[in-house]
Design a protein around this ligand. Structure first.
Ligand code: GLN
Length: 303
């Protein structure tokens, strides 16, 4: 498999999709990002990285951070989190309020915003350095010690965070937050505002394709935990488009409203794509098209 030529081909063939959709204007600073960008990187299990397009441009990882927060909570605290958050697809937008009230403050899954707020709350309770735990995991797993928060995005998100504040207050009213709402929102915004490139994110995700093992052979997660995180990514990682994503791409994946998506080919490689234009459910239009083409041409899908 000539992965480099394949990625160059894909970067060419998705051109009509680049700029399609809408950038995430509800976070003003994300709305200012140029939509005409596209990057793709593949990190193989044996440590090679192949890239094409704008693969070295840092972008706001947004909800992709939810995978790493969940990994830290599962690693540190085992299955306890599953008493406070379900693991079923929501079929609703990622920031929806309605289901949470119907279901008594137990979010449908850890990848919608309500579920991620509960995971973040647990991380605040168990991590040694809760405000930097996700950043530190990403630094370690990518090998890039300069990864950090985009302060302008963080500020923009914090100033326009009424929806997440509503979710957090409702969770607190149901007794499903242990820490003060403001602390949880602050930590959540910090992890969403981390900036990374496709190349760094593909490498940082590699443990998900290696049964939980980091590049140096140490365990980030057990094989069983890795299986479960990948399963939740498949069923819930792209929100109310998870069925369509499974149909088109056929891999566990996690998107963010910065336009990034990570996808995992178990025992083989991880892929990160980025292009800021989002479809109706908040997933990168060109990113999904690129992943569709990648798995269709390679046959590297879990199906
Ligand atoms: N920070 C974003 C929000 O809370 C994350 C959403 C996303 O990437 N889907 O709205």
């Amino acid at each position: 498999m000539d992965i480099q030529s394949l990625l160059d081909d894909i970067a060419g063939s998705v051109t009509p999709h680049i700029g399609q959709g809408e950038v995430a204007g509800y976070i003003p600073e994300l709305g200012a990002v140029s939509a005409g960008q596209f990057g793709i990187s593949v990190a193989t299990g044996d440590g090679e990285v192949f890239s094409s397009g704008d693969s070295d441009v840092p972008f706001s990882i947004q909800s992709i951070s939810k995978v790493f927060a969940l990994a830290l909570v599962l690693a540190g605290d085992g299955d306890r989190i599953w008493k406070r958050v379900f693991r079923e697809p929501s079929g609703n937008p990622f920031n929806s309020l309605v289901q949470l009230e119907h279901e008594d403050g137990i979010p449908r899954n850890p990848f919608i915003n309500a579920g991620a707020l509960v995971v973040t709350d647990r991380l605040l309770s168990i991590a040694d350095n809760p405000h930097t735990a996700v950043r530190d995991l990403l630094r370690t797993e990518s090998g890039n010690g300069s990864i950090g928060i985009d302060a302008v995005v963080a500020e923009s998100e914090a100033r326009n965070n009424n929806r997440n504040a509503s979710l957090a207050h409702f969770l607190a009213s149901c007794g499903n937050l242990d820490n003060p709402v403001e602390d949880v929102l602050d930590a959540y915004v910090s992890q969403c505002s981390l900036a990374m490139s496709c190349a760094d994110l593909a490498v940082a995700s590699s443990f998900l394709a290696r049964n939980g093992l980091a590049a140096d052979g140490s365990a980030v997660l057990s094989p069983a935990q890795t299986k479960r995180i990948n399963a939740v990514m498949l069923t819930c990682g792209t929100y109310d488009a998870a069925g369509e994503f499974a149909y088109r791409v056929g891999l566990p994946g996690k998107s963010g409203v910065g336009g990034g998506i990570i996808a995992v080919v178990p025992n083989n490689c991880t892929i990160c794509v980025w292009s800021p234009g989002l479809g109706r459910s908040g997933n990168s239009v060109a990113g999904v098209a690129a992943l569709d083409e990648f798995t269709t041409r390679t046959g590297w899908s879990i199906f």
